[in-house]
Structures are given as structure tokens and as C-alpha cells.
Design a binder for this molecule. Structure first.
Ligand code: HEC
Length: 271
């Protein structure tokens, strides 16, 4: 991550020296300043959120602040500006997830601060982590896919930036053919959280462009079949993408072919 325009960070109670101090938000444009959860509450009110939670695999009940309202009021920027921005959400445990403003500002996103079902937070995920003090949840039924609607727990920061600043070597040239640009959009939306291109992006799965592009050692048909249903090939941690159409999968291959012409392999970047 290079330069960041504005940083909105949620600071946990536990880090505060005084236990009575409410959790707070840090904003950093040039100067950091802090807004506590009371201010989040004034900005967005408190909402009861009930619905199916894909991590807990059942219906859950939380209380939280509406994310779009909190961002608009706290950053003092119009929602249209934020929709055009790009965000990186960071969790205390080091997990980071990039997300477009268009997605993050959809109605339905909430910063949950309380698990109403149990007195304290119920442990979450394979490591049975403590999700508090802030867990990002999505309320609407169509927002249950963890690939496209990520739910970081122990949410520590929300940084406002642009995609190009975070990932300068993932974007194809503007002159690229339309299918490659479409493939790029899909990649940004569904793949980059786990895969890097030119060493930029997630590290859960392999880099798909360097040192060799995926299209240099796998047939297009095989890439498409694998992306749609990886578990048909081998058991691993790559999720299936059954919702991607034939056209989407072709577009992804076009994007990989385009990027294979724009390799950038800087060892100073993460492995
Ligand atoms: C949740 C994380 C995750 C997401 C999201 C994800 N992948 Fe993967 N992907 C992986 C992992 C992990 C592997 C390695 C699996 C293995 O080796 O069995 C992998 C492997 C692959 C491979 C095979 C590479 C090779 O050389 O065999 C391709 C191609 C691939 N992913 C493409 C994609 C595309 C395209 C998307 C988006 C539509 C995507 N992945 C989304 C985690 C992910």
C-alpha cells in the first residue's frame, strides 16, 4: 500500500487505557483525528440487523451502525464521491480486503458492534476468533456471498484510496480490448482478495501473472473449468464460482492474456 488519501480507523476499546472509554474512529487525511463510537451513533443511529450469517451458518442478530451513513458523515464527503473511491478494510489480525466504493456503499452494510444472541461475541471462523469490537455484516439476502460481500471481523481500519494507488500494476491499459477490461472488472470484484497479478493483491492463492502467466502454462478451457469448479480437479482452498457465465470466464482469460504482455516483477513487493 502506498499513499492513502484518508484513513478511517476503528479503534478497539481494549487498546484504550480507560475501560470506560468508548471505541473510537481515527480519520487520517493528513492529520489523524479521532471520533468515538458515540459520534458513529450520532452519524448513523443504531440499527438491529437480523439475517443469515455465512460464517456462523445460521440466522444471527446484531446491532450496528449503517456503514454508508457513518462514512458520509464522518468523512464529510458526498456519497457519490465515496462510490467512485476504492477502499481497503483492515482487520487487527492482518487480514486485508480491498473493495470498490460502489460495493461498500450499497445499502445493507453495517458495522456491527454487538452480538445480540449472546452476552459477549460468539467466536467466529476456523480459528474461533473474537469478532469484536467491530464486525462488518451485510443485511440483504443477496449479500450473503463472502467472495463479493466480504465480512472482516476485528475491523480495525477502513482506508479510502483509489484502486490504482493500491494496485498500480493490476490495471490493464485503457486501450485494451473490451473483453479484457470486462475480465479485469470481474477479477477486481471476485479474485484479487486471494490472487495477485504482478505481485499485487491477495496471497491466499498463487500470483496469476508472474513469473509465468497462467495462460502460459494452462489451456484456456482448463482455466475456465477450474475457475468455475476447482474441487472437480483437486481438493484445495479455491472456492467454486458457479455464478460466472461462459462470457465472464472468457473475459477473465482475455484479461490474463492482456496482463501477460505487461509483466512487472518487483522482488521488493510481497512474495
Ligand atoms: C478465497 C480465495 C480465492 C478466491 C476468491 C479465488 N481463488 Fe483462485 N485459488 C485460490 C487458491 C488457494 C488456489 C490454489 C488451489 C490449489 O492449489 O489447489 C487457487 C488457484 C487458482 C488457479 C490455478 C492456478 C494453477 O496454476 O493451477 C486459478 C487459475 C485461479 N485460482 C483463478 C482464480 C480466479 C480467476 C478467481 C476469481 C474468479 C479466483 N481464482 C478466486 C484461492 C482463491
Amino acid at each position: 500500500m502506498r499513499r492513502i488519501a484518508i484513513v478511517l480507523a476503528l479503534v478497539s476499546c481494549s487498546r484504550s487505557t480507560s475501560p470506560s472509554k468508548p471505541p473510537a474512529i481515527i480519520f487520517r487525511s493528513n492529520e489523524p483525528h479521532i471520533v468515538d463510537s458515540e459520534a458513529m451513533k450520532r452519524a448513523a443511529g443504531v440499527t438491529d440487523i437480523e439475517g443469515f450469517d455465512p460464517y456462523y451458518q445460521r440466522k444471527k442478530h446484531f446491532r450496528g451502525y449503517e456503514l454508508a451513513k457513518t462514512l458520509v458523515k464522518s468523512l464529510d464527503l458526498p456519497i457519490e464521491t465515496l462510490r467512485k473511491a476504492y477502499f481497503v478494510m483492515r482487520a487487527k489480525d492482518g487480514y486485508e480486503v480491498p473493495i470498490s466504493g460502489e460495493r461498500l456503499l450499497e445499502p445493507g452494510a453495517f458495522i456491527a458492534f454487538e452480538d445480540v444472541d449472546v452476552p459477549a461475541w460468539e467466536p467466529i471462523g476456523p480459528q474461533r476468533a473474537h469478532p469484536g469490537p467491530f464486525y462488518l455484516v451485510w443485511r440483504e439476502q443477496h449479500q450473503g456471498n463472502l467472495d463479493t460481500y466480504p465480512r472482516p471481523w476485528q475491523l480495525a481500519a477502513i482506508e479510502v484510496t483509489t484502486f490504482e494507488l493500491v494496485y498500480p500494476h493490476v490495471t490493464p491499459p485503457k486501450t485494451a480490448a473490451a473483453p479484457a477490461l470486462r475480465g479485469f472488472d470481474i477479477f477486481k470484484d471476485t479474485c484479487i482478495r486471494c490472487h495477485a497479478i504482478n505481485r499485487e493483491g491477495g496471497h491466499v492463492g498463487p500470483d496469476l501473472n508472474v513469473p509465468k502467466s497462467i495462460v502460459e502454462y494452462r489451456e484456456a478451457a482448463q482455466i475456465k473449468a477450474y475457475v468455475r469448479n476447482p474441487l472437480a480437479f483437486r481438493y484445495g482452498n479455491m472456492p467454486a464460482h458457479l455464478h460466472l457465465s461462459e462470457v465472464d470466464l472468457d473475459a477473465l482469460v482475455f484479461y490474463f492474456k492482456e496482463m501477460s504482455q505487461h509483466k512487472h516483477d518487483d522482488p521488493a513487493k510481497n512474495p
